[in-house]
Design a protein around this ligand. Structure first.
Ligand SMILES: Nc1ncnc2c1ncn2[C@@H]1O[C@H](COP(=O)(O)OP(=O)(O)OP(=O)(O)O)[C@@H](O)[C@H]1O
Ligand SMILES: [Mg+2]
Length: 287
């Protein structure tokens, strides 16, 4: 996984491959073994009288090449879950595994885009150097490294800002730098925690389509946490709906919409509205 400090892949941007639970959907292919497998995962912060169980007994899988979105109420434990999947903190019980290997630290094939992008960028480095940061561990030839950086910055529409510093950019631009850093690393599994929350509607649509394009182009497996139900339906092969408290899987909903998806025509389909209603009513159902 790429996070800034330890794992080049997990750092600034992250990826993960997930196939949703066995309860529904087979968009990733029913016969393929799950790329990511979460089994009875629980996480409790603190101990004794201060113990707080945030996640309880989560089980689901993500298949290779799937886009899976996780939706759930604020504070339910989505970021906590992603940190466990990214190997940044241990689960209290249960396991998360990639290709059957239990995750015990940042997996090299994974990159993570943090929810708090402002803390993931180095203010003293230019945009270009921020994007280059996780690549330094890959020992790429200079030409390939530069080409990856250029391609990633172009993909997020920031080629013109390569020599600026993060503090010279808007919040949405900074988030796009964090996404570019993940793209340049080219992880097999990309995990993003509310990656498009701070950008305007038009940019959000563009980044959603970029997400689907990189899945096609690089065969990435992508796991996204989002609060936006429409976004979850638009992006996903499956949606994992979390209930609270503690966080648990309420359902995994297979999204059956034609490919390629298109911001106007897909969102106009009656099936889109139906799937949106399904996810929404699951979230709003009394516990
Ligand atoms: N390191 C920690 N120590 C103790 N409690 C924590 C820690 N990290 C998170 N929590 C608590 O765990 C709960 C879930 O937090 P988390 O950030 O995972 O939620 P979330 O679903 O990502 O929320 P949001 O949608 O607002 O981003 C919260 O009550 C939070 O206060
Ligand atoms: Mg969060």
């Amino acid at each position: 996984m790429n996070t800034t400090d330890t794992n080049p892949a997990l750092n600034p941007a992250g990826t993960t491959d997930m196939t949703a639970d066995s309860t529904s959907g087979n968009a990733g292919g029913a016969t393929a073994p799950p790329r990511l497998e979460v089994t009875a995962l629980s996480k409790t912060y603190g101990s004794g009288a201060n113990a707080k169980c945030v996640i309880e007994d989560l089980t689901f899988t993500v298949n290779t090449g799937e886009v899976v979105c996780i939706v759930g109420p604020s504070g339910v434990g989505k970021t906590t879950l992603l940190k466990c999947l990214a190997g940044l903190q241990p689960a209290t019980s249960g396991t998360a595994a990639i290709d059957g290997r239990t995750i015990a630290g940042p997996p090299p094939e994974m990159a993570l885009v943090f929810q708090d992008y402002s803390r993931s960028l180095m203010p003293w480095l230019t945009v270009r150097k921020n994007v280059r940061l996780p690549l330094r561990h890959l020992h790429l030839p200079t030409q390939e490294m530069n080409q990856r950086i250029d391609t990633a910055l172009e993909a997020v529409g920031l080629a013109h800002a390569a020599n600026q510093y993060p503090w010279q950019l808007s919040g949405g631009m900074q988030q796009r730098v964090a996404i570019a850093r993940a793209l340049a690393y080219r992880p097999e599994i990309l995990i993003m925690d509310e990656p498009f929350a701070s950008v305007d509607a038009q940019t959000r649509f563009e980044l959603e389509d970029l997400c689907l394009k990189i899945r096609e182009d690089f065969g990435m497996t992508i796991l996204v946490v989002t609060h936006d139900i429409d976004e979850a339906v638009y992006l996903s092969d499956r949606v994992v709906v979390l209930g609270s408290k503690p966080a648990r899987v309420l359902d995994v909903i297979g999204i059956d919409l034609p490919a390629p998806r298109d911001q106007i025509s897909t969102r106009s389909l009656p099936e889109f509205a139906e799937q949106r209603t399904t996810v929404l009513s699951m979230i709003r159902k009394p516990a």
